[in-house]
Design a protein around this ligand. Structure first.
Ligand code: MF3
Ligand code: CO
Ligand code: CO
Length: 270
């Protein structure tokens, strides 16, 4: 009954999916990526985060897909939009974007029961030099983490790749939030930490599906949650950035399910 895909669990409770399941994840991931490509045009000084989210809600519906976040633990929106010192889980609303604001837009869709979860950075207008460096470092840290994804490596190898790179740039990795297994569910084991030591943690196996979604701060790593019980901000008010891909471990590396169809994952400006 439960095991329709014949997938199994490892000792650590991590699901191992079948080869055919990659197709479902590619479809869901592609829709998330397409939405993140197309939303770029809406990110302009003067736009509200609520208007951007309304467009995402409509686009998910028009695609015949379902938003994974609407109704998730009482969350009411199809995206999280995290501006400047907001680390993650920013709630879309009346906030008006101004020139130079940097923001993460995070979208999770369900297509045929499969979850596609991805987020990227955007800029309203042009970023300042520090913001630009933060965005570049966070993007590159995610891609270095992804390079560590192959059978035989461990989750600690992913975290270590991200942490060592970020700290060498004199920025910090947020500890309070992590990536996660996903597939036919939104959040499943393991917790994918964005810091750690090489060789530690569970071993990666072909057929594991999970996100990597490092949050990087210009200042200190500590966060706090605002009174709305969702919005996470940097305690020291420093700028924060995040990129997220959903990936699946293959025989010799990984598939990125949420690749941008237009090659727009990394933002450009000017
Ligand atoms: N998409 C987020 C993640 O990367 C989770 C958002 S949950 C929400 O895991 F309820 F805040 F939308
Ligand atoms: Co995620
Ligand atoms: Co996400």
């Amino acid at each position: 009954m439960e095991d329709r895909t014949h997938s199994r669990l490892t000792r650590d409770g991590i699901r191992i999916y079948e080869a055919a399941d990659f197709d479902g994840m590619h479809k869901a991931g592609k829709l998330a990526a397409q939405i993140l490509d197309d939303v770029t045009a809406l990110v302009q000084p003067g736009a509200t985060t609520g208007a951007i989210d309304a467009w995402i809600t409509e686009t998910v519906e028009n695609s015949g897909a379902t938003s994974a976040t609407i109704g998730y633990k009482g969350y009411k929106h199809a995206s999280c939009i995290s501006v400047n010192h907001v680390v993650c889980h920013g709630i879309p609303g009346d906030k008006v974007l101004k020139e130079g604001d940097i923001l993460n837009i995070d979208v999770t869709v369900i297509v045929d029961g499969w979850f596609g979860d991805s987020s990227r950075m955007y800029v309203a207008g042009r970023p300042n030099r520090k913001a630009e460096r933060l965005i570049q470092t966070t993007h590159d840290a995610l891609m270095l983490g992804i390079e560590a994804v192959k059978p035989g490596n461990t989750f600690g190898d992913i975290g270590a790749a991200i942490q060592s790179y970020v700290e060498a740039q004199r920025m910090s990795v947020v500890r309070d939030f992590c990536g996660h297994g996903l597939g036919r569910v939104f959040h499943a084991p393991p917790n994918v930490l964005h810091y750690g030591r090489p060789g530690t943690g569970a071993r990666l196996e072909e057929g594991m599906f999970f996100t990597i979604e490092p949050m990087v701060n210009l200042g200190r790593p500590e966060t706090k949650i605002l009174a709305d019980d969702w919005t996470a901000v940097t305690r020291d008010k420093s700028l924060s950035a995040q990129f997220e891909h959903s990936v699946g471990v293959t025989s010799d590396g990984c598939d990125i399910f949420t690749l941008s169809p237009a090659g727009k994952f990394h933002p450009t400006w000017g």
